[in-house]
Design a protein around this ligand. Structure first.
Ligand code: IMP
Ligand code: MG
Length: 189
């Protein structure tokens, strides 16, 4: 099967359920190179203390798996699941932990790993929730950042790429739970 809309020689990706890629924003080798850089940046940023890498499910699972293998220091991994409730009449959403990490956060450096920062609402609330557990520090590492995060009061210390203002899928990011397994980040037609 040949995908005719883009390049006539590019076979359609069988992972896309018949949809076509509009644009590959970040291909697999570009991502791998940047993840390697982030890994050394993180390695150099935590000279001492216990480091807990906390992945926000589900979107961070691919990024986190690659990232921790590029960090050359002891660390622990855990995950959390947050659920946002947007009250129709309120502009601020309520964030609840659906799965709470079992690991203790006290006195640890916490590195929250997120796939993409959009409004930053979820992360802002999460940092507030986690801060009361007396970690030594809390920082955010996001693969992508849309830089329109007006609600993010916590700076994102480690950012992979600035994201274009398009809806992106792949490398963990989904559209209605699909396309998380693409090895690249793309926008679809
Ligand atoms: P925020 O709380 O508005 O920053 O929302 C961030 C969350 O929205 C991310 O964790 C993603 O799950 C989702 N999201 C935002 N932009 C995109 C996108 O372009 N593609 C896929 N998911 C996105
Ligand atoms: Mg999502």
């Amino acid at each position: 099967m040949v995908h005719t809309e883009g390049s006539a020689t590019t076979p359609a990706d069988p992972r896309l359920q018949g949809r076509a890629v509009k644009r590959i924003a970040f291909d697999a080798s570009t991502i791998a190179g940047r993840v390697r850089e982030l890994g050394s940046e993180i390695t150099g940023s935590y000279p001492d203390g216990e480091l807990l890498v906390l992945g926000l499910l589900k979107g961070s699972f691919v990024f986190l798996a690659d990232l921790v293998r590029e960090i050359r220091r002891p660390l622990q991994v855990d995950f959390l699941v947050a659920s946002s409730y947007g009250d129709a009449t309120e502009s601020s959403g309520v964030v609840r932990l659906v799965y709470d990490p079992e690991t203790t956060l006290e006195d640890k450096h916490i590195l929250l790993v997120e796939d993409i920062v959009d409004t930053g609402r979820t992360l802002t609330r999460l940092v507030e929730l986690l801060a009361v557990r007396n970690p030594r520090s809390i920082e955010i590492c996001a693969l992508l950042h849309k830089h329109i995060a007006t609600e993010l009061r916590v700076p994102t210390r480690f950012v992979g790429f600035s994201a274009p203002n398009e809806f992106l899928v792949g490398y963990g990011l989904d559209h209605a739970e699909n396309f998380r397994h693409l090895p690249y980040v793309a926008s679809l037609e």
